[in-house]
Design a protein around this ligand. Sequence first.
Ligand SMILES: NC(=O)C1=CN([C@@H]2O[C@H](COP(=O)(O)OP(=O)(O)OC[C@H]3O[C@@H](n4cnc5c(N)ncnc54)[C@H](OP(=O)(O)O)[C@@H]3O)[C@@H](O)[C@H]2O)C=CC1
Ligand SMILES: Cc1cn([C@H]2C[C@H](O)[C@@H](COP(=O)(O)OP(=O)(O)O[C@H]3O[C@@H](C)C(=O)[C@@H](O)[C@H]3O)O2)c(=O)[nH]c1=O
Ligand SMILES: [Mg+2]
Length: 318
Amino acid sequence: MTSDERSILIIGRHGQVSRSLIELLEAGGQRFTVAGRPEADLRDPQSVRRAILAARPSVVVNAAAYTAVDKAKDEPDAAFAVNAAGAEAAAKAAADVDATIIHFSTDYVFDGSKRVPYVETDPVAPLGIYGRSKQEGEDRVAQANPKHIILRTAWVFSPFGSNFVRTMLRLSVERPEIKVVADQRGNPTFAPDLADLVGKLIPLASASSPDPRIFGTFHAVNRNETTWFGFAQAIIEGAARRGGRDIGVLPIGTKDYPTKAARPAYSVLSTEKLRAVYGLELRPWRDALSDCLDRLAGPPRDEAAEHSQQINRAGKFA
Ligand SMILES: NC(=O)C1=CN([C@@H]2O[C@H](COP(=O)(O)OP(=O)(O)OC[C@H]3O[C@@H](n4cnc5c(N)ncnc54)[C@H](OP(=O)(O)O)[C@@H]3O)[C@@H](O)[C@H]2O)C=CC1
Ligand SMILES: Cc1cn([C@H]2C[C@H](O)[C@@H](COP(=O)(O)OP(=O)(O)O[C@H]3O[C@@H](C)C(=O)[C@@H](O)[C@H]3O)O2)c(=O)[nH]c1=O
Ligand SMILES: [Mg+2]
């Protein structure tokens, strides 16, 4: 790395995507700064601006957001402050130091009325406050900084924080069976895979005269689609192979699982643009889930047994 190379600033410290990105950049020995609460709070735009002007990075990755879908209904001001005004402040300050902003949005900007994968140019029509606040954030980020890469992702899971995989693992020890909606389709996405993607975009985005085609909005999700029920089944099966309880997973309808906020019935995202522009794609979600479960519950028992037999045959423990 040359000494005049500018660094990367990540907004958000303990989130799924921030932690995955921090892990990746640390492993790669890259120079980066983290701006997180309390000193950089997206509800206080000036605090975010200060952090960006002080670091003068070439790329700002905004991995922070208000992500509580149901709670957003009771706290619309907080959701919009963080996801719209806060995101705009980060994008504007990035523009002022000539940095690219990499920002994340969500499949929940769509209403779910389609039955084939959504493309980036499809009209947005969010069903709830969270989706509306994220949609406004997309618009404001794009407006504030022409050098923006907005990655619309979905159903994010990881070994960190609060996510559907960790919820299912917790329920599998607490309950005899779980009931999960089988009429909402989407793409589960592994936060470390998103971090890998961002790691590949950073050098392109921080080039001195980047190709303008790299900017814009891109769908970025793991390959293949499922329902929350299908995802839950795969989680419980995977956990059982690793010594977890093989509890029943029962399919139900959205009407049988009332929530404060409505979710789209179909929010599968086409990643054709990411492939066409960058030549990049994320692997199938089942492969990513397997890596996530390895980290949360260790390797599958049969594979572990097979592995130790191989070691024994090799005479390592003889
Ligand atoms: N989770 C999901 O399923 C999906 C997420 N996304 C988007 O991906 C991005 C990353 O999400 P994910 O990693 O899952 O989020 P998490 O919910 O795991 O983490 C949220 C992050 O935002 C930070 N944050 C929240 N409020 C503020 C605030 N006022 N000021 C500063 N930081 C704040 C948290 O801070 P702290 O470090 O202090 O905890 C944390 O780092 C977000 O833009 C989200 O909308 C898109 C689709 C699906
Ligand atoms: C825990 C649980 C949930 N569900 C349903 C409720 C809901 O329709 C669906 C998903 O539940 P969750 O509330 O965990 O997921 P949710 O918070 O809706 O997840 C969303 O988060 C935001 C941040 C995004 O951007 C989206 O892409 C998406 O990942 O599963 C069940 O049917 N049974 C259960 O036991
Ligand atoms: Mg949630």
